[in-house]
Design a protein around this ligand. Structure first.
Ligand code: SF4
Ligand code: SF4
Length: 284
């Protein structure tokens, strides 16, 4: 199961025909089919922030533990923007969550598993202010679902797979990723700090919660006590806040009030520390 719809090369399993929500396609997957579970034997699944939230909640572990146990890092582009893929079992290509009965995390399976055998690609046309979603059929040899007689619209398939909440929760994050990719070459390589922030706010939700509880966050940002309380308890609200924070830190899209002059003061302190560092090193 692989899911990069931008990979529509001649050898690629992706059928290079763009489908819209009301277009029909032929496909059905069920437990009686001869290829049952074959797609989960060889996986290449990129995880979204909401995938991680759902899976870590299901497994009742922290985000950090989930990242450590169940993911492998990769770079999403030439600038080193960090991505995460689902870890396979041992040295195999098999999904860790696969059992003889099927997927052991089915109700919380990742977005890519829900979409399969469709691929999703979000694009923004030049001068457009919103993204456009396009769908593609992913036709892999082992998958017999394409020969089942059932047809449905993309809209009906998405609904049957419970994709909406996933797309809704990840929408702002995808916008950040698209924007980072599209403005990458013009603003040069992102700083290490911006990549770290991206990782923290995208994937390590519990770490991000710790961060917004620190005095240094409070020194710069104004969050009403009631909202702060909600962020401390509600993962979904925290995730939405994390994406706002990313847009603000990376692109200056201001939605979280900042204390006047606080950021400048902090930057000044950091610059002073950096300037002092060589002297300190020599002293040591
Ligand atoms: S998470 Fe479930 S559906 Fe997705 S690849 Fe693993 S076993 Fe298959
Ligand atoms: S029909 Fe395709 S998606 Fe369904 S179990 Fe078979 S290989 Fe997997």
């Amino acid at each position: 199961m692989s899911q990069d719809p931008s990979d529509a090369r001649p050898q690629s399993p992706i059928t290079p025909v763009k489908l819209d929500l009301d277009d029909h396609f032929q496909f059905a997957c069920h437990s009686q089919i001869a290829c049952f579970n074959k797609c989960c034997q060889s996986i290449d699944i990129q995880l979204t922030p909401y995938d991680i939230l759902r899976l870590k909640t299901r497994l009742q572990i922290s985000a950090r533990e989930f990242l450590f146990r169940h993911t492998v890092p990769f770079e999403m582009d030439g600038h080193g923007v960090p991505g995460l893929k689902l870890r396979t079992e041992g040295e195999s290509t098999r999904c860790q969550f696969l059992t003889d009965e099927g997927c052991s995390v089915y109700e919380d399976r990742p977005t890519a598993c829900r979409y399969y055998a469709l691929g999703l690609m979000s694009m923004r046309k030049k001068d457009a202010s919103t993204d456009e979603d396009a769908y593609f059929i992913v036709k892999e040899e082992h998958c017999l679902g394409h020969y089942e007689p059932q047809t449905q619209t993309v809209r009906a398939y998405r609904e049957s797979q419970g994709v909406d909440i996933y797309d809704d929760m990840n929408r702002e994050w995808r916008q950040v990723v698209l924007k980072k990719r599209s403005c990458g070459p013009t603003i040069g390589k992102p700083s290490d700090r911006s990549l770290q922030l991206f990782f923290l706010a995208s994937y390590d939700l519990d770490g991000f919660r710790d961060f917004i509880g620190t005095p240094s966050f409070d020194e710069v940002y104004v969050v009403a006590p009631q909202e702060h309380e909600q962020l401390m308890q509600d993962d979904a609200a925290l995730m939405r806040f994390a994406f706002r924070f990313l847009k603000q830190s990376l692109f200056g899209e201001m939605t979280i009030p900042e204390r006047p002059g606080a950021l400048e003061k902090r930057l000044e302190r950091r610059r002073a520390r950096t300037a002092e560092a060589p002297g300190e090193a020599a002293g040591r």
